[in-house]
Design a protein around this ligand. Structure first.
Ligand code: SAM
Length: 194
């Protein structure tokens, strides 16, 4: 990802945070969850991401949005899902969305599967069990390229379950973090600086 693209994406995220802090008394500044998903997809599309990772694929809703973004960039997504039944449905939903050439579903425990994946990542979306966030961050962040993005879901409504993770991504000179919270759930956006 180029520095300019990363900076633009980050400024975009910061702008959304500002609109949340000072909403100008307009209810339209509060985005619904599906727009947040779209935002994630736009981030991918705008950034030239080529290697994306999702931890916690479930039934494929977010993977499909990210996959549509990656179709624009020529990138690929690996999404990992622990539950075998969900992983099976996830494969089917990706196929029906016409994204099998872009999204690879890896069934299994991401703690075991991530070390088996080769290379680095330039975009990570973490949406697994919330108490595991810090451990996933420690596992994946060293493999994020400089100027790569690490996004995590539910950092507002489930912050009590991930205080160690939130402490790790905030006030750290190696990264810059903002929280986009147009809905009650909140997504942290962390830019790796070097
Ligand atoms: C909130 S759901 C994900 C929703 C999905 N990202 C979306 O927006 O459509 C969380 C998923 O994470 C999966 N999960 C939890 N721990 C995991 C792990 N260690 N490895 C892989 N998947 C995991 C769960 O099975 C569950 O399906």
């Amino acid at each position: 990802m180029s520095e300019r693209a990363a900076a633009l994406i980050f400024a975009f995220a910061l702008g959304l945070t500002a609109s949340r802090v000072a909403p100008d008394a307009q209810s339209s500044s509060i985005l619904p969850p599906d727009v947040v998903k779209l935002l994630q997809a736009l981030m991918v599309a705008a950034s030239g991401v080529t290697r994306a990772l999702e931890i916690g694929g479930a039934l494929g809703y977010s993977a499909i949005w990210i996959g549509y973004g990656l179709r624009q960039t020529g990138g690929r997504l690996t999404t990992i899902e622990y539950d075998p039944g969900r992983a099976k449905l996830l494969v089917d939903h990706i196929r029906r969305a016409g994204l099998s050439d872009i999204v690879t579903v890896v069934p299994g425990d991401a703690f075991k599967e991530i070390p088996r994946l080769a290379g680095g990542f330039d975009f990570v979306f973490l949406d697994a069990w919330k108490r595991d966030y810090k451990r996933f961050f420690d596992l994946v962040f060293p493999r994020l390229v400089a100027r790569g993005l690490f996004l995590a879901h539910n950092v507002v409504n489930k912050q009590a379950e991930m205080r160690d993770f939130l402490g790790a991504i905030q006030n750290n000179p190696a990264m810059m973090t903002t929280v986009v919270s147009p809905s009650a759930e909140g997504v942290s956006v962390t830019l790796k600086l070097r």
